[in-house]
Design a protein around this ligand. Structure first.
Ligand SMILES: Cc1ncc(COP(=O)(O)O)c(C=O)c1O
Length: 389
C-alpha cells in the first residue's frame, strides 16, 4: 500500500489554507474526524445527547478496539482520558509508592510529567534520579542499567519529546525494565501517530497520549494504556459510578483500564478520536510514519543548508519534529513572521522541557513538525520564506 498524497490533501481541507508544520501542537483534522464530531453534535442537537450516545454505541465501543489495533494491545487495556497529561497523572498516582522509592527520569522529559514527579516526591517521599544522555542526546541505556539500585521502582521516559526530534531507545529500555522488574511508564504523546508503537514489544506498562497531535483527532481528547497485569496493584486516585460500584460497605473497580475513566465525557470527541485512529489504520501506520520521518529529514537537511539557521535536534533516530533557531531572531519572532505568511509552527523552550540541555545556550527554539500530508514543495516554500527577512 502506498500513500496517495493528493487524496490525503483532499481529505484535509486545512492544506489549502496553510502550510501546516505544527502537527506536534495539533495536526490538521481530516474530514473523517471533523465529520464524526460534527455529525454527533448535530445528532445531540436533534434527538438529545443521551439518545445520541445510545445511537453511537457501536462506534464508541470501537474506540477501544481501534486503539488496541494501533498500540497492539487488548481493547480492555485502553481508557479514554481527556488529554495526555491527565492520563499520565492518573496512572502514575495509582501506583503503590513507598517513601524512598526511586524513579529514573531523563532530560528529554515533558515539563508536566516532571512537575507531577516533583509533587510526588514532596508528598509521597519518592526520589528522582536523572539518567545521563548518550552522545546523541537520547537516554543512555547502559547508564540507565547502571543507575538501578535496590530502591529503584520505575523508569519514566518520553518516547518522542516535545522539544527535540530525537526518538528514545524504548525497546532497549523496556528490556532493562523487564530484567529488573521495574514499572516502565512511557509518555507517548508526541510519538503515537508518527512512530509505530507496539506497547507489548516495547514492554512498557503505561503509555499515554493525546488525540490532537500526530493522530489528528480533535482537541480535548486523549487515551491511556495500562498493562492489565499491572492493574491488580494499582488504585486509581478517583472512583465514580462508571469506574466502580458500591459493594457492601466498600467498593470495587470495574475490570480493565476503563476504571480510570469518568462517567461524563466529551462523546463527540471520543468519536472523533476513534475516527482519527481508524483513518490512520486505513492509510497504513508504516506508510504514514515512514513518510513523516522522510519529510522531516528533508526539512532538517534543507534548514541545515541555510547559513542563518541552526538545527538543534539530537538523536540518531529522529521523527517528525524539527527544531531550529534563526540567527539574530527570537524564536517567537520567527514563528510570527512565518504565521503572517500562513505557515504554522510553534515555539518550544525550558517551560516545556525544563531538563533539556539546549536551553543552556538557547532561550528557546522554533518547532516545525510535519505530517504525511505535507509535501516537498511546502518544505521549499517554508525554507524560502525563512530566508526572506
Ligand atoms: C511529550 C509530551 N507529553 C505530554 C504532553 C501533554 O499533552 P496534553 O496537552 O494532551 O496534556 C505534551 C504536549 O505537548 C507533550 O509534548
Amino acid at each position: 500500500m502506498t500513500l496517495d498524497i493528493h487524496q490525503l490533501r483532499r481529505d484535509t481541507p486545512g492544506c489549502t489554507q496553510r502550510i501546516h508544520f505544527n502537527n506536534a501542537g495539533a495536526g490538521l483534522m481530516p474530514n473523517a474526524v471533523a465529520d464524526a464530531v460534527l455529525a454527533h453534535l448535530d445528532l445531540e442537537r436533534r434527538i438529545g445527547a443521551y439518545e445520541a450516545e445510545a445511537a453511537a454505541a457501536a462506534d464508541l465501543a470501537d474506540f477501544y478496539q481501534a486503539f488496541g489495533e494501533l498500540l497492539h494491545c487488548r481493547a480492555d487495556e485502553v481508557a479514554w482520558i481527556e488529554n495526555a497529561t491527565r492520563a499520565w497523572d492518573l496512572a502514575v498516582h495509582a501506583l503503590p509508592w513507598t517513601a524512598g522509592d526511586r524513579i529514573l527520569v531523563h532530560a528529554s522529559d515533558y515539563a508536566s510529567n516532571h512537575l507531577a514527579l516533583l509533587q510526588l516526591a514532596k508528598h509521597r517521599g519518592v526520589e528522582l534520579d536523572t539518567v545521563p544522555s548518550a552522545p546523541d542526546g537520547t537516554v543512555d541505556v547502559e547508564a540507565l542499567a547502571a543507575a538501578i539500585g535496590p530502591r529503584t521502582r520505575a523508569i519514566m521516559v518520553t518516547h518522542s519529546p516535545t522539544h527535540d526530534g530525537l526518538i528514545n531507545p524504548v525497546h532497549a529500555i523496556g528490556a532493562i525494565a523487564k530484567q529488573h522488574g521495574l514499572w516502565f511508564v512511557l509518555d507517548g504523546c508526541q510519538s503515537v501517530g508518527q512512530v509505530e508503537v507496539d506497547v507489548k514489544a516495547i514492554g512498557c506498562h503505561i503509555y499515554s497520549g493525546s488525540g490532537r497531535k500526530f493522530l489528528r483527532g480533535p482537541r480535548g481528547t486523549g487515551f491511556l494504556y495500562v498493562d492489565v497485569d499491572l492493574l491488580a496493584i494499582m488504585e486509581p486516585p478517583f472512583i465514580d459510578l462508571h469506574a466502580g460500584s458500591v459493594e457492601g460497605s466498600g467498593y470495587r473497580f470495574i475490570d480493565g483500564t476503563r476504571r480510570f475513566e469518568c462517567w461524563e465525557t466529551y462523546v463527540a470527541g471520543r468519536l472523533g478520536e476513534r475516527a482519527a485512529v481508524r483513518y490512520l489504520l486505513s492509510l497504513g501506520v508504516t506508510q504514514v510514519t515512514t513518510r513523516i520521518a522522510q519529510l522531516a529529514a528533508r526539512l532538517r537537511e534543507a534548514l541545515a543548508a541555510e547559513a542563518s539557521v541552526t538545527v538543534l535536534d539530537h538523536g540518531t533516530r529522529r521523527g517528525g519534529i524539527v527544531t531550529f533557531i534563526c540567527r539574530d531572531e527570537a524564536p517567537t519572532a520567527t514563528m510570527l513572521r512565518l504565521r503572517a505568511r500562513h505557515m504554522n509552527t510553534s515555539v518550544t523552550g525550558p517551560n516545556a522541557a525544563p531538563l533539556a540541555p539546549q536551553w543552556a545556550t538557547h532561550a528557546g527554539a522554533v518547532r516545525a513538525s510535519v505530517h504525511a500530508y505535507n509535501t516537498d514543495e511546502e518544505i521549499a516554500q517554508f525554507v524560502a520564506a525563512l530566508r526572506e527577512r
